[in-house]
Design a protein around this ligand. Structure first.
Ligand SMILES: Nc1nc2c(ncn2[C@@H]2O[C@H](COP(=O)(O)OP(=O)(O)OP(=O)(O)O)[C@@H](O)[C@H]2O)c(=O)[nH]1
Ligand SMILES: [Mg+2]
Length: 216
């Protein structure tokens, strides 16, 4: 038996505007995980999604306006295929009031910061507290320190990120680089395993994991 997904909404295409994804499959469809990406503007949220879904990197990625939607499927250890419905939110301050439209009802959140930018780490902590106050109590949260390829410019250590995640269990922590692809797939795979594990899937990871830099 695989893991159970989110409940399928009855409506279709016009749901994008309110942070819910269109339904494109019937009852036998893969479990769906609505995942929202949150974090300061410029930390690399859109690039992480682009890397994960299309295997590409955009050096001149443009700021996101409102939010963008993509879906992608991943197979977890027990063979279950989980379909991610990914909402990539806009990090610019002017869009912050829209965020609840996307994180409400989400099964998972990736809160992203830039390891070269301490202000973005502070903003990530803000999003953690927002989710702790307002999101579903069983939301899977992964804290992502992105841009590890910029090692010489790093200002937030892996230990700081890991320590903060450990202070807010069961938060996951992963460092990544959308540019080199390091750990990008692991962000989503770890969330999928944790999601399935929490919902009684067989063979899924028993405990939340902490994954540091290295590996794609
Ligand atoms: N060196 C490096 N640059 C990155 C990485 N990820 C993203 N970037 C660059 O950072 C800039 C911003 O990336 P985006 O993905 O557009 O940032 P965002 O978080 O989506 O920003 P908003 O849409 O404004 O919220 C772009 O110039 C990217 O090329 C990374 O892992 N390493
Ligand atoms: Mg973006």
């Amino acid at each position: 038996m695989g893991c159970a997904g989110s409940k399928a909404p009855a409506e279709r295409a016009d749901l994008r505007a309110v942070g819910r994804a269109p339904v494109d499959a019937g009852p036998a469809a893969a479990p769906r995980v609505k995942l929202v990406l949150l974090g300061d503007s410029g930390v690399g949220k859109s690039c992480l999604v682009l890397r994960y879904v299309r295997g590409q990197f955009d050096e001149s990625s443009k700021v996101t306006v409102g939010a963008a939607f993509m879906s992608h499927s991943v197979q977890v250890q027990d063979g279950t295929v989980v379909k991610f419905e990914i909402w990539d939110t806009a990090g610019q301050e002017r869009y912050s009031s829209l965020a609840p439209l996307y994180y409400r009802g989400a099964s998972a959140a990736a809160i992203v910061y830039d390891v070269t930018n301490p202000e973005s780490f502070a903003k990530a902590k803000y999003w953690v507290s927002e989710l702790q106050k307002n999101a579903s109590g069983d939301i899977v949260i992964v804290l992502v320190g992105n841009k590890t390829d910029l090692a010489e410019l790093r200002e937030v250590s892996a230990e700081e990120g890991q320590e903060y995640a450990a202070q807010n269990p069961p938060m996951l922590f992963i460092e990544s680089s959308a540019k080199t692809a390091a750990n990008v797939s692991r962000i989503f795979e770890t969330v999928a395993e944790t999601f399935c594990s929490a919902r009684g899937g067989q063979g899924a990871a028993a405990q939340p994991q902490v994954v540091q830099d290295g590996g794609a």
